[in-house]
Write a protein that binds this ligand. Structure first.
Ligand code: PLP
Length: 394
């Protein structure tokens, strides 16, 4: 029944999911409180009060037509609000016409890629990467081109990027704050990428779209600023969502914001509306678009995430693990204590620690910890990390 294409992908589709399943087994044997599950970026928070109030308002009030079909772009009033914020942040004349509401960032990325890729077109992703990018690109007949980052900083290497751009390169996906490293790319790095892309576009007479995947843009620490992509790259589109910033991953709402300065902008937007419709999304969930429209100023408690980051990071460093201190998102990406990160993750299971090998993100030799789990679990996991280090270092 299954196509060969899908069949071939099932096996290698996700380490994250595999670990999650492993966790379910361990919980049954040892009890949930004795299993330290850092495998999934599924926030343990409840949505902020603004979201709950808006849910009540739209559920109990009279809003005729709320549950009907609408324009494929989404509710105009919600898009207008998002456009106002995007315009203020970027300084660009962004209007509601440049905003398309989507089924999360995942839906948004698929819509953008479907609308631009011809068979065999290349899309650059920086490794370590969010593994779903590979599948999203292939969904639209494109070819993912992983380009390693500089593991001293996990920022893109300009030298490797320059070597990887060919005349077939149609887009580049940027994800900052990054999953899995938590790194926020500096403005200087991004501006250097912009200069490089312009030179390559001139050399190949091509256009390369910068797709900025930003679900973690509001989850940042230590007063770091996330550079505005629309300001830096003229040929750009931002894909964002409320899965992480409002702890609503199950509700599937996000948006695409298109740079108004892009060539043939109206045609591009029309193409994306067509794809939003024909990929079967039709429109983002109506009720939650409205809820989000009332909650744009809200954000989950990032101080609590910072507390977890600091505690886990400081303890791991003390135990001899080596790791970059992330400035955003809710992941740590330490070095594996043995070269084979998959073996390392298997060793960790013996201590009821669920971690994801870096190979799952195209970056062997590392492992990812999603610390969007409750603080007690993080605290109780430290002896397990200690025992793991003792076993492998002695
Ligand atoms: N992009 C990145 C980097 C992610 O980490 C995730 C989810 O974990 C997504 C996109 C998908 O987010 P959404 O739930 O908004 O589809």
């Amino acid at each position: 029944m299954l196509s060969q294409n899908i069949y071939s992908k099932l096996d290698k589709s996700s380490w994250i999911r595999a670990m999650f399943e492993e966790g379910a087994k361990l919980r049954e044997i040892h009890g949930a409180e004795n299993v330290y599950d850092f495998s999934l970026g599924n926030p343990d928070y409840e949505p902020p009060a603004e979201v709950k109030n808006a849910i009540k308002k739209y559920a109990l009030g009279e809003y005729p037509g709320l549950h009907r079909y609408m324009s494929n772009a989404g509710h105009p009033d919600v898009r207008e609000k998002i456009a106002t914020v995007t315009a203020a942040e970027s300084g660009l004349p962004v209007t509601q016409n440049h905003i398309i509401m989507t089924c999360g960032a995942a839906g948004g990325l698929n819509v953008v890629l479907k609308s631009i890729l011809n068979p065999g077109d290349e899309v650059i992703v920086f490794s370590p990467y969010f593994v779903e990018y590979l599948f999203y690109i292939e969904n639209s007949g494109g070819k993912p081109v992983p380009v390693p980052t500089d593991t001293r900083t996990f920022e893109p290497s300009l030298e490797l990027l320059a070597k990887s751009i060919t005349p077939k390169c149609k887009a580049i996906i940027i994800n900052s704050p990054n999953n899995p490293t938590g790194v926020v790319y500096s403005e200087e790095t991004l501006k250097r990428i912009a200069v490089l892309l312009e030179a390559k576009e001139a050399e190949f007479n091509s256009k390369i779209l910068v797709i900025s995947d930003e679900p973690y843009s509001k989850i940042i620490y230590d007063q770091v600023e996330v550079p505005n992509i629309l300001k830096i790259f003229k040929h750009s589109a931002v894909v964002n969502s409320y899965s992480k910033s409002l702890a609503l991953p199950g509700e599937r709402v996000g948006y695409i914001a298109v740079n108004p300065g892009i060539a043939d902008v109206d045609l591009f937007i029309n193409g994306m509306l067509f794809c939003n419709r024909t990929l079967g999304f039709v429109n983002a969930p109506s009720f939650f678009q409205k809820v989000i429209g009332d909650s744009l100023d809200a954000i989950v408690n990032t101080d609590e995430y910072k507390k977890r980051r600091d505690f886990l990071y400081n303890n791991l460093i003390e135990l001899g693990y080596s790791c970059i201190k992330p400035q955003g998102a809710f992941y740590l990406f330490p070095q594996s204590l043995i070269p084979d990160d998959i073996e390392f993750a298997k060793h960790a299971l013996k201590y009821n620690l669920l971690i994801v090998p870096g190979s799952g993100f195209g970056c062997p030799g590392y492992f990812r910890l999603a610390y969007c789990v409750n603080f007690n679990s993080i605290k109780n996991s430290i002896p397990a990390f200690k025992a793991l280090a003792k076993e492998l270092k002695d």
